[in-house]
Design a protein around this ligand. Structure first.
Ligand SMILES: Cc1ncc(COP(=O)(O)O)c(C=O)c1O
Length: 440
């Protein structure tokens, strides 16, 4: 498969034209094959320190001050929760919104509200946080891992189609690193096979698919407010839907099964406590005033860096559709191993020596490669759905070759909104330098 270049020639030229000036500012000329690596005692390509990442300040302080005057910290009709929901809707205009304790919780609520039954299959990505599938497994359903696009690192709709069986009930589309999945193709599959399409937007705050806010194309959108995400409340999550089948159920599946709009207080469904407290909601509400700025800046910086990487030998940039907005929770490019005289570990070491915040890959193995999957040991070492014959899934036999290759050849670079364009271009110049040095 040949990687598609996500940029037009015009965009590419525009993106790269400022590189020389920026590179000079950070003490880095365009790389030449003879240039000595910092690893070998040469000058560092990135001389400035990584810009500070200031993530909270006055808006959060003010919101916390307001909270102190509250008599009650409970979420239901709480002023902080109400504010968070209002602000969430400005980013992601969905009718039913439930705040919750994590992205994992949001995804569990989504799967439960979707009515996924024991033994049902849920197709998703093998490169994600395990939180993507925890709820599925707790509902006694079966995650089915599909392979990924070579350079999008997102679900490959053709591979998803091959893995649909009569037991398939849902797809969880993970927008990895803030790069939107091909939602047109996935929605078409979902519609054809009557599947619930759940969007895992944990890493994708502010992203847009063909201009539409992430989370609004599928049936249910799930977000994380965990400490490392674009916006945070330390821990937290949001799950939302405008679908009349699922939206009204979200609240009860996050609140021990209790429908707070119904009178009588009897439990009609079974669920755990995933409620978010008012202090968390207040902090998150303040953070959401920043989300558009963060998304726009990360998108610009990431696109700039990515376009520049497209010119480096042996490097396959992150593939972002020209009409989408990726919000780069991180940027990951791939190395073509045959194009280099060194292995990935040495390449990353050389980048680090140049001053690039780089690391090898993302998670160590695809989710199915973890011991708990390989041994089917989800519940005290056992897996009831398998023992009861509701599934024949054998994770030891699952193979997603592209996902495995992505994890072996990916190089991840930190991007954040506190960085300047010049700094990011100096990172690109450093990658150019290292790639040129090691090119065969
Ligand atoms: C893609 C993805 N899905 C789900 C989650 C789970 O979110 P949380 O950590 O808030 O439970 C994460 C968190 O890292 C994530 O990155």
């Amino acid at each position: 498969m040949t990687p598609k270049n996500p940029f037009s020639r015009r965009q590419f030229l525009a993106a790269t034209s400022g590189a020389m000036g920026a590179a000079k500012l950070y003490g880095q000329e365009e790389a030449t094959p003879s240039e000595r690596l910092a690893l070998q005692g040469g000058p560092k390509a990135v001389q400035g320190a990584m810009p500070k990442h200031v993530r909270w300040g006055e808006p959060e302080r003010e919101q916390m001050n307001a909270l102190i005057d509250q008599a009650n910290m409970f979420y239901w009709k709480g002023p902080q929760t109400t504010l968070l929901i209002d602000r969430f809707r400005q980013t992601c205009p969905l009718e039913h919104v439930m705040t919750c304790s994590s992205g994992t919780a949001a995804l569990h609520i989504a799967v439960a509200a979707a009515g996924i039954e024991p033994g049902d299959e849920v197709i998703t990505s093998p490169i994600s946080d395990i939180g993507t599938v925890i709820g599925t497994i707790y509902q006694q359903a079966v995650p089915v891992f599909a392979d990924l696009g070579r350079n999008t690192y997102n679900l490959d709709p053709e591979d998803v189609a091959q893995r649909i069986t009569p037991k398939t009930k849902a797809i969880i589309a993970v927008h990895l690193a803030g790069n939107p999945c091909d939602m047109h193709a996935l929605k078409t599959l979902a519609d054809q096979h009557n599947l619930v399409l759940i969007e895992d937007c944990a890493q994708a705050w502010g992203a847009k698919f063909r201009g539409k806010p992430i989370g609004t194309v599928g049936h249910i959108g799930c977000f994380s407010l965990q400490a490392a995400k674009h916006v945070t409340s330390g821990e937290g999550g949001v799950v939302a839907s405008s679908d009349p089948r699922f939206g009204p159920l979200l609240q009860r599946f996050g609140d021990k099964g209790m429908d707070r709009l119904a009178k009588g207080g009897l439990f009609e469904v079974f669920a755990t406590n995933y409620r978010m407290s008012e202090p968390q909601a207040g902090f998150a509400a303040a953070q959401l005033t920043r989300v558009e700025g963060i998304a726009e800046k990360r998108s610009q910086l990431g696109n700039r860096l990515n376009a520049k990487l497209a010119g480096a030998p042996g490097i396959e940039p992150h593939q972002i559709h020209a009409d989408d907005r990726s919000t780069y929770w991180f940027l990951m490019f791939r190395l073509r191993p045959e194009a280099f005289k060194c292995d990935r570990a040495e390449f990353v070491k050389a980048l680090a020596a140049e001053g690039v915040p780089a690391s090898a890959g993302y998670i160590p193995v695809p989710l199915y490669g973890n011991p708990v999957f390989q041994k089917h040991g989800f519940f005290a070492g056992r897996w009831p759905v398998k023992e009861l014959g509701l599934t024949t899934m054998d994770y030891a036999k699952v193979s997603c070759p592209e996902a495995e290759a992505i994890l072996k050849t990916g190089v991840r670079i930190t991007i954040h909104e506190g960085m300047s364009e010049d700094y990011v271009l100096s990172l690109a110049a450093a990658v150019q330098k290292v790639a040129t040095h090691y090119a065969v």
